[in-house]
Write a protein that binds this ligand. Sequence first.
Ligand code: BGC
Length: 745
Amino acid sequence: MKSKIITLSIFSMLLFTGYNANSQTVHNLGILNARPVKYLSSDFDVEIEKLISQMTLEEKIGMLHGNSMFANGGVPRLGIPELKMADGPLGVREEISRDSWKPAGLDNDFATYYPASGALAATWNTQMAHLFGNSVGQELRARDKDMLLSPAINIVRTPLGGRTYEYMTEDPFLNKEMAVDLIIGLQNNDVMACVKHFAANNQETNRDFVDVQIDERTLREIYLPGFEAAVKDASAYSIMGAYNKFRGEYLCENDLMLNKILRDEWGFKGVVVSDWAAVHSTVKSLENGLDIEMGTKKPFNEYFLADKLIAAAKAGEVSEKEIDKHVKRILNVLFQVKAMGSGVKDRVKGSLATEAHYQDAYKIAAEAVVLLKNSKNELPLKLDGVKSIAVIGNNAIKKNALGGFGAGVKTKREITPLEGLKNRLPSSIKINYAEGYLERYGKKNKGNLGNITANGPVTIDQLDPAKLEEALETVRNSDAAIIFAGSNRDYETEASDRRDLKLPFGQEELIKKVLEINPKTIVVMVAGAPFEMEEINKRTNALVWSWFNGSEGGNALADVLLGKVNPSGKLPWTMPEKLMDSPAHATNSFPGDKTVTYDEGILVGYRWFDTKNITPMYPFGYGLSYTNFEFKNVFSDYKSYTTNDVIIISVDVKNTGKVDGKEVVQLYSSKTDSKITRTAQELKGFNKVFVKAGETQKVTIKVPVKELAYYDVANKKWTVEPGKYTLKLGNSSRDIKKEVSITIK
Ligand code: BGC
């Protein structure tokens, strides 16, 4: 495992330029220097025992539940601080009041807004994950916090998922590779990652009670690998239990998940924090593995792990030894991150919203943009003779650092697409902006499927005739046109899933009309999750995908459109032609009611499309460049291997075009003569490489044979089936360029 991750990073290291000057992290230098994973030590055991012996029952229990919205209770008389937490996946959230969700109203909590996790995953660059983690870790320290409620790594099971933008991918391998580097980068700053939401939390609909049923093999192969790697390979110090149930038990009191799998099997030694108000019991939660109950909207002493736990302990329903176990875990992580003890004076100080951090956000954003279509080479934009450009669409000006339900970032810098173009285009070119469509929402009804549907006579999908005409007139009067469409963070949001995959607000009609006037219009989608775009895709020659892409998102996007940055992002999930093509919907197993059974089993994402031979709109791993790459001379170091070996695959990647660029070599494994049910192919390695125009780079991907294992349910273990395997190298799951056969003995 380790050796693979390390080597995967070597070549991405070559393309990785510049590292923020504030960084305190020794960066991974491939095989030369292993990454500094900070495992939890037992260095503080004696001090912890001493503290425990001095604490009252009430003081101990005070540490096991929220004593404000984002901290548990400390014990000042013994020098035990509160464990201070902050969301989240987009950067460090603004300070929230101690006893309500109201923002605290500070003026020193403006932070860098980082690209959302979907964008980060689209870089397919583990160095970017590390950079992200390190940068946000610095900000977390500057805000004097101990724990970041991130990364969010649930698998994207359905494209409707309200939190798709906040999660990384549909693929467990890409998920774990990115998560591990992010956590390592983050935790090197004397802070804890809180990896969420453990586990099988893949929909917002009925999330407070839905009972998820997943067969054992699917659980192990698809839904757990990210968490397992976070614990074993990155030593994540904290895990957040999810809202929903799994196999009949709430996830914050789920003995199987928290005690048996997380702790006994994986050796997790950190703390389990509940999602906010996800706890339903007192003794059961504690005994089944929860350490800290966090919540919302009720007096803190009324939490399950507050007065009720004191009463239970006094009544002898739970032992003090059990309580001590949880308190010790919390003390341990506090010591490890130097929140207490003699380490405090050396703790990372961090820095907030610095230019260096904005540039970190820029680098990630620039590698995240995906070029989906460029059939007439309209991109990069050619400016010769262009005196004016029509910029159409509300998404050209929409900000996404905040919005919707859930964690965002209060920031002083969010460059919109329109501002990015203004910053980057020569001043001689006139930008003619028209909003085109209006954001219109029905009344919100939190937590129900389709709650964003319209209410009243005006549907959210209607265009305003005057706005439409203004946009079309603007296009007629401009030499070139770009339309920014998609969604936003009010539309894609935590607590509800989307009603369908149609573009909201009448955008499809608008785009079609704009394309009728100027067929060369560049269509740019800004969104965090797939849309049905067949009609648009047919009509446009140039289609670009951007994301909720952080503070510098607009600059990065403009640089891609103008060719300063050659796009190298790849889709981290499949874009289906129609919702019903995707597995959870084709099997009619979303969203369930009280129970949801994942009937597609292991066939999640491209595993379904590739096994069932369904053509997606754009496949997993797909993304174009302004140049072309050829894969040549593919070799495996041997023809046959045993279970403990590492397969080394090398390939020459030639840049056959006229501009420098980055390509992601993706390695999928396939076993056609298997005795067990298999997917057509599975991602087992990837490597992003920078190749100058006309040059060739040798890329190596190492695959430990153990990566080829399936989960053998009967024997409860990972098993590598002997025999022939085909390793396929491509630049998307549907564009395999070379294959090698190997044998496992
Ligand atoms: C979300 C978590 C988040 C927590 C605190 C919950 O609603 O599910 O991801 O960390 O709130 O804001």
